[in-house]
Design a protein around this ligand. Structure first.
Ligand code: FAD
Length: 485
């Protein structure tokens, strides 16, 4: 049995583990990092994604701190027109491969055990790593810390387990099968049933309509409606800084006015900061998915929406929702978009990020997971003790409903407030490509730009509305904790 040594053993070479390692390797010139990951390539769940998947946030603020995406231009056509481009899944995978192969491994301070399972620590405190395709288990002595980069437990259609029954003769596929339909053009489905109400289902609806399918031939099973973040307000650069600050102000002002999270989101919806597909139905879900008005317009063309809860059984020609059922033609293609992406209900392992000899990477600015991981690496190097690191890097909750949403916003604003008191953190943020606004504001300040008037308005809103956000946030925290059981 071979014994190796490392300073940081990172379990998970997905976006989060890579963002942490990229920042750490730059900030600590002495450290050695070892990755262990089940997948054959870096990039985590992006390896399993459907062919037409894309980021839903601008590429310009995703990935690792030290490397730009090739797609950081403004889109000139399509439903994202006028906004920063979204890398496709293939581009995201190629990007993470480049991060590993051109940035991390060439330092000579990084080891990468792909196709390997982390089996926990042995009694001697060493990590057990088992190659999946064969070979002896390895033991790795961790000199400094074990880094758990698997907190998000991302789940995608091609790998998740169905939570409904499918009888023989039913044609059910993940969205990844759609681009291959042309190969059997003589027996195309008569009806397409999209199962699920999340971002994957929305991508699928847009893809089908853009591919030429008549919206009348699409049935959409939407157990819950969702609020969606208007992508216009998530854009980096000076071009959009006033919109970004407007949205932050709107969050504060809505929190000060509202009596609960649902009302807060309604106010944000009236302002256009948050969108919904069907304005007549009150959303019960908010998973931080980002969408453009262009995509919403396309999705509204699907009017055959089934709101009977989650499908329980599908048989040829019929889908069941408990006691109720809906008939469909026999030649129906059911598209499984029911994987939960980030399973919000799985909150096990929530707690401080820094736990002695272990770091559990979690969002410290919800939902920007790679900014959170990179900044956590900065805290690891910059501060000496876990108490300070945890104070600065307090995990934000992955809230999943309008009722609990104010909790995440309260933690975001409180973390930002703590960071603003520390010039070193602000300098790191200002230089980081992953942060939406700090660098832009610093540059505008240097130019004494008139756009900074908005910054003063934002500061005033913080003074005035923060008590309201804290009140609502604490109320939402109680709901979140009750739901988590
Ligand atoms: C379709 C889709 C689009 C998304 N778009 C965005 C977006 O635009 N912006 C955004 O911020 N977020 C987005 N997300 C959220 C997404 O979860 C994060 O962006 C991010 O990719 C999560 O990365 P991760 O490293 O935490 O998880 P993963 O990608 O799941 O990586 C974790 C890795 O850990 C490995 N692993 C787990 N357990 C073990 C073990 N015991 N041993 C060895 N290896 C192990 C897994 O193999 C995996 O490779 C999207 C999610 C989905 C599904």
């Amino acid at each position: 049995m071979s014994i190796q040594e490392t300073d940081y053993l990172i379990v998970g070479a997905g976006a989060v583990g890579l963002a942490f390692a990229d920042a750490l390797i730059d900030l600590d010139p002495d450290c050695h990092i070892t990755f262990v990951d089940r997948h054959a390539k870096p990039g985590g769940h992006w390896n399993d994604a459907y062919g037409f998947v894309a980021l839903h946030q601008p590429s310009a603020t995703y990935g690792v701190n030290s490397m730009e995406f090739p797609t950081e231009h403004i889109d000139e056509h399509g439903p994202n027109k006028g906004l920063f481009a979204l890398a496709s899944g293939t581009e995201v995978l190629a990007y993470f491969e480049k991060v590993m192969n051109l940035k991390l491994l060439p330092t000579g301070r990084v080891e990468y055990h792909r196709l390997s399972e982390f089996k926990g620590m042995n009694e001697g405190g060493e990590a057990r790593v088992a190659p999946i395709l064969g070979g002896d288990e390895k033991t790795i002595r961790v000199r400094r810390k074990l880094v758990d980069a698997t907190f998000y437990q991302t789940s995608v259609p091609s790998t998740h387990k169905l939570n409904f029954k499918v009888l023989p003769g039913v044609n059910l596929e993940p969205p990844g099968a759609l681009p291959d339909l042309w190969k059997d053009a003589d027996s195309l489905p008569k009806r397409y049933v999209i199962l699920g109400a999340g971002k994957t289902a929305m991508d699928t609806g847009v893809w089908l309509i853009e591919a030429g399918v008549d919206p009348k031939d699409i049935v959409w099973v939407r157990p819950r409606e969702s609020w969606l973040w208007n992508r216009r307000y998530t854009q980096p650069s000076a071009l959009f800084i006033e919109d970004t600050l407007d949205m932050q102000m709107a969050i504060l002002e809505a929190a000060a006015k509202a009596s609960d999270g649902a009302e807060m989101m309604r106010i944000l919806g009236q302002g256009g900061y948050y969108l919904r597909i069907d304005e007549t139905v009150e959303p019960e879900m908010f998973h931080f998915a980002t969408i453009s008005q262009g995509e919403i317009d396309i999705l509204r063309r699907i009017t055959n929406v089934v709101r009977k809860g989650r499908v329980t059984v599908i048989e040829p020609g019929r889908m069941h929702f408990g006691e109720e059922s809906v008939d469909v033609p026999l030649e129906t293609l059911f598209i499984d978009c029911t994987a939960s992406a980030v399973p919000f209900e799985a909150r096990k392992n929530t707690g401080p990020q820094f736990r002695g000899d272990t770091i559990v990477l979690q969002p410290i600015f919800v939902p920007l997971v790679t900014l959170s991981a990179a900044l956590t690496a900065f805290f690891e190097v910059h501060f000496d003790d876990d108490d300070t690191k945890n104070l600065m890097g307090a995990p934000g909750p992955l809230t999943d409903t309008p009722a609990t949403f104010p909790y995440s916003q309260m933690v975001n604003m409180m973390n930002r407030g703590a960071w603003a008191q520390n010039p070193d953190i602000m300098a790191w943020l200002a230089a980081s490509r992953l942060d939406l606004a700090t660098g832009t504001i610093a540059r505008l300040m240097a130019e004494n730009s008139p756009k900074l008037a908005k910054l003063q308005e934002f500061r005033d809103a913080v003074q005035e509305c923060m008590p309201g956000l804290i009140k609502l946030g604490m109320q939402a925290k109680a709901v979140h904790e009750r739901n988590a059981g």
